[in-house]
Design a protein around this ligand. Structure first.
Ligand SMILES: NC(=O)c1ccc[n+]([C@@H]2O[C@H](COP(=O)([O-])OP(=O)(O)OC[C@H]3O[C@@H](n4cnc5c(N)ncnc54)[C@H](O)[C@@H]3O)[C@@H](O)[C@H]2O)c1
Length: 463
């Protein structure tokens, strides 16, 4: 099918196939798969299935996303435009939810966002909206797999209830499972076939069918006893990161007070060949997962009369880091007899982590807003993020690095992209706040660099 085939063509092509019945068909090599939600998780999944020879109906609720994909523009660096074009020519069809015939696929994977409300409680509205849309075409024999990260009890609870409003019963008429995703945007290794996948079905048949499909794109699929166990396993992975990042963030603040270098301390601990895993401090946590998922667990735990203090405490510490960075900027400027108010602050890197364009929930949003609130003229440079909205809603455009280095009173290194000329930054900037150890290996002048977790960097001459 041509990459630009119309939605109508796509739907016709798909419905021309006899709707399948029963598990044998969904496991058959020509089973049709639908992927609902074509973002950082759904698009790589859809493309992987197509590359494994499985045709995919890709469905998204955003007309803009559908148009971009049909114009061969991938929203994620993890799927290049060329790879998207190949997938579109080899069995991937992209349609808007309003146009999708969801009775046609044998299996449907749901990869929609799971955000938080203002009160930091789970917002399942995209998941329920996807279930409503599936329910409208649900037929006997289909397999529905939720992939969105969520609290234990979602698949077998609200998601199942919405699907069963069709009159069909999960486990009897259709199969239902949860299979979490482990991608880490910008890290190709996280997409490798060798990364095991987890599956928990509401019945052994649902687990078996889901596992059979996922084995086409993954070398190892681990079947769990229930969707709840798989949901909790995914949350454990992310809570583990959040708690450990909070631990080193707090240690970083302590090291500043003690006059120690947290990076040296972590590197030293990491020489232990067992029982230790390195985590690094930074300006805060970002992305779709770490700042959000732990609150799904904390919310669910309260329903079992348990306050998840680990999650709440880690959240508290990590959420405070952008404010700490702004305090460091204040300290650095004070050293020059200046105040934040009236200074030009140049932030380098606003994506939530290095070498990606994903800036969702980036701590830079809070840092920029707080600096502006304290009266600074704030500009940023990020080769991957041309426009960026800070936490107060102000939208700025990326400025050339040269402009920032020429004009800024202080540079704040937030995201250490490879594509930034760090050598130039450390050569030319007079004053730098380094939040992510970007100064390592560069010649440093006396009182030039104030490092998060380490205080003023000792001078290092060029040798
Ligand atoms: N980004 C990650 O690194 C990552 C890793 C593992 C798991 N997850 C989880 O995967 C899920 C999806 O995350 P993402 O990063 O891919 O999100 P995303 O925002 O990149 O993509 C979600 C897509 O779903 C579409 N969408 C929203 N509501 C829809 C609906 N009702 N029907 C159809 N399409 C809809 C959006 O338009 C968007 O294109 C989340 O639960 C997230 O926690 C994300």
């Amino acid at each position: 099918m041509s990459p630009r085939a119309s939605a109508a063509d796509a739907s016709r092509a798909l419905t021309a196939r006899a709707p399948s019945q029963g598990s044998q068909v969904a496991e058959a090599s020509d089973a049709l798969v639908a992927v609902i939600g074509l973002g950082y998780v759904g698009l790589p999944l859809a493309v992987s299935f197509v590359e494994a020879g499985t045709p995919v109906l890709g469905v998204d609720a955003s007309a803009e996303r559908v148009a971009a994909l049909r114009s061969l523009r991938s929203p994620t660096d993890d799927v290049s435009d060329e790879r998207l074009a190949t997938a579109l020519s080899k069995g991937l069809t992209v349609v808007h939810t309003d146009e999708a015939d969801l009775a046609a696929p044998d299996a449907l994977f749901v990869c929609v966002p799971t955000p938080l409300t203002e009160a930091k409680e789970p917002d399942l509205s995209p998941v329920i909206a996807a279930a409503t849309r599936i329910r409208e075409g649900l037929r006997s024999g289909q397999l529905v797999v939720l992939q969105s990260t969520t609290y234990p009890g979602t698949t077998g609870g609200p998601f199942r209830r919405e699907l069963e409003r069709s009159g069909l019963i999960a486990g009897r008429d259709f199969d239902l499972a949860f299979a979490p995703e482990r991608v880490s945007p910008g890290d190709p290794a996280s997409h490798a076939r060798s990364v095991p996948r987890l599956v928990g079905g509401i019945s052994p048949s649902a687990s078996r069918r889901t596992a059979a499909l996922l084995r086409r794109i993954s070398d190892r699929v681990v079947e769990l006893s229930s969707p709840d166990a798989a949901e909790l396993a995914k949350l454990l992975e992310n809570v583990f990161r959040n708690v450990n990042i909070a631990l080193v963030n707090q240690l970083a603040v302590l090291c500043e007070r003690m006059g120690l270098d947290v990076w040296e301390v972590i590197d030293a601990a990491a020489t232990k060949p067992f029982g230790f895993m390195s985590f690094h401090p930074g300006p805060g946590v970002g992305g779709h997962c770490i700042p959000i998922d732990p609150y799904y667990l904390a919310w669910r735990a309260r329903q079992f009369d348990l306050i998840d203090r680990f999650v709440e405490l880690a959240g508290d510490i990590n959420l405070a880091m952008p404010r700490h960075v702004v305090d460091l900027v204040d300290e650095a400027l004070s050293d020059r007899g200046r105040a934040v108010a009236g200074s030009l602050v140049g932030v380098v890197g606003v994506a939530f982590k290095p070498n990606v364009r994903d800036s969702r929930n980036s701590p830079a949003a809070e840092i920029l807003a707080l600096l502006a609130q304290r009266g600074a003229d704030v500009r940023y440079h990020d080769p991957h993020v041309p426009r960026f909205q800070d936490a107060s809603g102000t939208v700025r455009e990326s400025r050339p690095l040269d402009e920032l280095l020429d004009a800024s009173d202080v540079i704040v290194a937030v995201t250490v992209h490879r594509a930034v000329e760090w050598r130039e930054v450390y050569r030319r900037a007079d004053l730098i706040v380094d939040t992510a150890n970007s100064s390592r290996g560069h010649p440093i002048r006396e009182r030039q660099v104030l490092r998060l977790g380490a205080g003023w960097a000792r001078p290092v001459s060029q040798s």
